[in-house]
Ligand binder design. Structure first.
Ligand SMILES: NC(=O)c1ccc[n+]([C@@H]2O[C@H](COP(=O)([O-])OP(=O)(O)OC[C@H]3O[C@@H](n4cnc5c(N)ncnc54)[C@H](OP(=O)(O)O)[C@@H]3O)[C@@H](O)[C@H]2O)c1
Length: 398
């Protein structure tokens, strides 16, 4: 039997196929039968055109899209004679999302993933959601767009996949809390003074997970956990005060659900995104994957610590954003994307990222709630501009 849906070839699209989640998704696809089981409607990337072309050739993808217009000719040349269609830019991404695939992996990094993911959701595709920014920025509007399209929203973030797997559908009324685990990142035990001078190369070295640059730096600052708190609120429809974060340095428990009878149900596994990706691809069926198995005797212990919101203020910002509601998630996320770019360009320090996000959130407390996606994009754009101003001001003052 073909994985997931019986005997037909499954047609899928991977938005962001050249990234960490994208390449892991292609590995899972290969493990589950490759071209005998799946037809790839479209693959998309940005700057890494050589890898995108290699992936498209290897999988026989129908369409390959680079988000970067300037790379169109390179991609076209790399795929010459293959019969694989080529497109570029924003419109190319939307075209990829609109191709007739029943399952779409949303693995573009940042808010750049929102418009194409939304296009796939609107036409009713099942969305395997790695791009948490869709939910952080567009929140309930995004959830409603998926529901209106008729597809399913299946989380891929390991924490949210764990919660999804631990949530008993008939017992939603009994859920008291969800507990998001966090590794604590490379600076778990560092003081703010120590963190102040770190470079992006130091900050990206995650102790347990191998991931893309943005999420690795976000794990070090715990901004990624802040985004995940907001993601959880929208995905599972729970109140902010039902969301707990616990630091768990081994990254073995991926997250937990606490019920009103005192039970806590957790999902455990080695830190390998292919488990969550495979679950999203074959849901509700589990399929054998070639990933490491937990060896509990070797593991011996699991540790937990309360998070420190003074050293890692991003968690506090997420609570503020959820309390304020409306477009504060979009504002926080956009400001942080700009601050992240400035940090990796060595224009600002590591601790400045949260400071800039907070400064922009404080300047944009009065924006009205979003009635449409245009409102989301407008708030996103304004927050980016304001973050750039704050950064320029900092540079001038230095
Ligand atoms: N990595 C993980 O383990 C992990 C775990 C949970 C959730 N996530 C989430 O999954 C998403 C992807 O993360 P990642 O770690 O896989 O990121 P990544 O390795 O940086 O890959 C990002 C992908 O997006 C493409 N891309 C970059 N900028 C783009 C733009 N402006 N427009 C369109 N495409 C663009 C990249 O293309 P090029 O490579 O060709 O430039 C690449 O295909 C993020 O939202 C992240 O938070 C990741």
């Amino acid at each position: 039997m073909k994985p997931g849906n019986g005997t037909d070839l499954r047609r899928i699209t991977i938005l962001g196929s050249t990234g960490s989640i994208g390449t892991n998704t292609l590995d899972v696809v290969a493990q589950l039968g490759g071209r005998d089981a799946f037809e790839i409607a479209a693959l998309t990337g940005n700057g890494n055109v050589a890898l995108l072309a290699e992936q498209a050739r290897a999988t026989g993808a129908k369409l390959a899209v680079t988000a970067d217009d300037a790379q169109y000719d390179n991609l076209k040349a790399a795929l010459a004679g293959t019969g694989i269609e080529v497109a570029a830019g924003r419109s190319g991404l939307i075209e990829a999302a609109e191709r007739d695939a029943g399952w779409v992996m949303a693995a573009i990094v940042g808010t750049a993933g929102l418009a194409p993911t939304l296009a796939a959701a609107k036409r009713g595709a099942d969305i395997a959601l790695a791009n948490k920014e869709c939910l952080v920025s567009a929140g309930d509007l995004f959830v409603r767009a998926v529901a209106a399209g008729g597809g399913r929203l299946i989380p891929v973030d390991s924490e949210h996949s764990a919660i999804f797997q631990s949530l008993e559908d008939t017992q939603r009324h009994a859920v008291e809390r969800i507990v998001l685990t966090a590794s604590g990142g490379p600076f778990r035990t560092w003081s703010r003074e120590q963190m102040a001078g770190v470079t992006a190369d130091v900050a990206r070295a995650h102790p347990n997970w191998s991931m893309g640059l943005k999420i690795s730096i976000g794990s070090a600052s715990m901004f990624n956990k802040a985004l995940e708190m907001i993601e959880a609120k929208h995905l599972f429809g729970i109140e902010p005060d039902q969301i707990e974060v616990i630091v768990h340095p081994q990254s073995i428990i991926h997250s937990m659900v606490g019920y009103n009878d005192g039970s806590v149900i957790a999902q455990l596994g080695c830190p390998d995104m292919r488990t969550a990706i495979g679950y999203a691809l074959t849901y509700p069926i589990r399929t054998k994957l070639n990933v490491d198995r937990l060896d509990f005797a070797k593991l011996a212990r699991l540790d937990f610590e309360a998070p420190d919101e003074v050293r890692f203020p991003a968690l506090r910002l997420a609570r503020t954003a959820m309390q304020r509601g409306g477009l504060q998630g979009a504002v926080m996320n956009a400001a942080e994307e700009i601050a992240f770019q400035a940090f990796i360009a060595s224009r600002i320090g590591f601790l400045d990222m949260a400071e800039i996000a907070e400064a922009v959130m404080e300047r944009m407390t009065d924006i009205p709630p979003a009635l449409s996606m245009d409102d989301v994009f407008a708030a996103d754009g304004e927050a980016r501009a304001r973050a750039a101003e704050v950064i320029a001001g900092k540079e001038k003052a230095a």
